[in-house]
Write a protein that binds this ligand. Structure first.
Ligand code: HGY
Ligand code: MN
Ligand code: MN
Ligand code: MN
Length: 411
């Protein structure tokens, strides 16, 4: 890969330009899946793919593919590089977008260098990786990998009552291709770490070996609305207090776990949500993760047992709804070694690591040998506008992605 390098200025320019699209009146980045804001990013990406001379394809769940192929390699299973460009609410500009734009940059640089891959190279932007508007997350890649029926996915009702399939039609990204129409030879996803490890250890690159399991649930606690002033504490069926007890249970249990279990309650809503009314209902979501499947199952069972006891002690009724459940994933050892070898051969420090975040790679790993490359996140911050990765690390990650793609395309 000695003379094959990416154009760092072009890549960083693309990341910053895409990061300006899809901002609300408060200036927050809100390109949630299949929204008008998401369309702004999609349209810009498609324009860049076309300018790079790639064939652009969109499948029925809105996954976007830029395909670099010619007569010599058309029909061969492609090397796929990808990630996502949808964002969380008030997001940073690197999460997902970096991997998609670096994939495009790698292809453009290989083309400019006259590289002739034995296989097509494809860059993919998967729909609804974040799962903020439509659960589960990683939905586009899950459908692509055959883990969720496309009709079922398109019928998903969002947190705003919208229907995913209708929204994709409305924004012009209900494509004609059947999900899975490209059978990848290999998949490599470049992503910001979104955690503190690489920065803390002063290491430039992560060769990601595995990825945590994810459990998403919605919990609905029903109590009895009553007067905040006249109802004695012992006579209350307070859904709000019950929810608070469940949240503290989750946090304390995860903090005490012998494995790196993490538990997050990211959303909560009370009804009727009035200052002087005891909440009749509390609805909240639980995000549990662990790299050990058995441990993740134990966490889910412990929560279920706690909620059973809580229903009695708080005199409330509790129901749970599963929103997503993905087992931990181990990536392809050969590609992980290729990443590590390429990094070290180019003078970059590199360590093997686990991904705490979910990624499209964990879905594509079901259908193709897959692995990920991480670069450091400043302060370990992500899902936050302060998300940042230094230009040198942005370039390093993209250069290794290019090198690994070139190597896999020669298979
Ligand atoms: O939830 C996740 O880990 C990913 O950002 N969707
Ligand atoms: Mn991401
Ligand atoms: Mn994310
Ligand atoms: Mn991801």
């Amino acid at each position: 890969m000695s003379n094959l390098t990416i154009n760092a200025d072009r890549l960083i320019g693309h990341i910053e330009e895409l990061g300006r699209l899809g901002r609300d009146e408060q200036g927050r980045l809100v390109r949630v899946a299949a929204s008008d804001m998401d369309r702004l990013g999609r349209d810009r990406l498609v324009a860049w793919l076309q300018e790079a001379g790639l064939d652009v394809a969109v499948d029925r769940i809105g996954n976007i593919f830029g395909i670099w192929q010619d007569d010599t390699n058309a029909g061969q299973a492609p090397v796929m590089l990808g990630s996502h460009i949808d964002t969380v609410i008030d997001a940073g500009i690197y999460d997902g977008c970096y991997g998609v734009l670096a994939g495009l940059e790698a292809i453009e640089s290989l083309k400019e260098a006259g590289f002739a891959p034995a296989r097509p190279i494809v860059v993919a932007a998967f729909t609804n990786e974040e799962g903020v508007r439509y659960a589960p997350d990683m939905m586009g890649s899950l459908v692509y990998a055959g883990g969720l029926d496309v009709e079922e996915a398109l019928a998903t009702v969002g947190t705003d009552g919208s229907v995913l399939g209708k929204e994709l039609e409305r924004i012009g990204y209900a494509g004609p291709h059947e999900p899975g129409f490209l059978d990848p030879h290999a998949y490599v996803e470049l992503h910001v770490e979104q955690g503190p490890v690489l920065e803390r250890e002063g290491i430039a690159l992560g060769a990601v070996e595995n990825l945590q399991g994810i459990s998403w649930q919605r919990i609905v606690i029903d109590g009895v609305a009553n007067h905040a002033g006249t109802t004695p504490m012992a006579m209350r069926s307070d859904a709000g207090v019950a929810a608070a007890r469940a949240i503290v249970f989750l946090a304390d249990r995860a903090a005490a776990s012998p494995t790196p279990t993490v538990a997050t309650v990211g959303t909560i809503a009370f009804e009727p949500n009035a200052i002087n009314v005891i909440p009749s209902r509390a609805t909240f979501t639980v995000d549990l993760r662990d790299s050990d499947e058995a441990r993740l199952g134990e966490e889910e069972a412990a929560l279920a047992a706690f909620l059973g006891g809580l229903a009695t002690s708080a005199n409330v009724s509790i129901r749970t709804e599963r929103l997503a459940r993905f087992a931990p994933v181990t990536f392809d050892p050969r590609i992980v070694s290729l990443i590590e070898d390429c990094a070290l051969a180019n003078g970059f420090s590199c360590r093997r690591m686990t991904s705490g975040a979910g990624h499209d790679a964990q879905m594509i790993a079901r259908v193709a040998p897959s692995a990920m490359i991480f670069v450091p996140s400043r302060g370990g911050i992500s899902h936050n506008p302060a998300e940042f990765t230094a230009a040198g690390h942005v370039a390093a990650g993209a250069n290794i992605l290019l090198g690994v793609a070139a190597r896999l395309a020669a298979d």
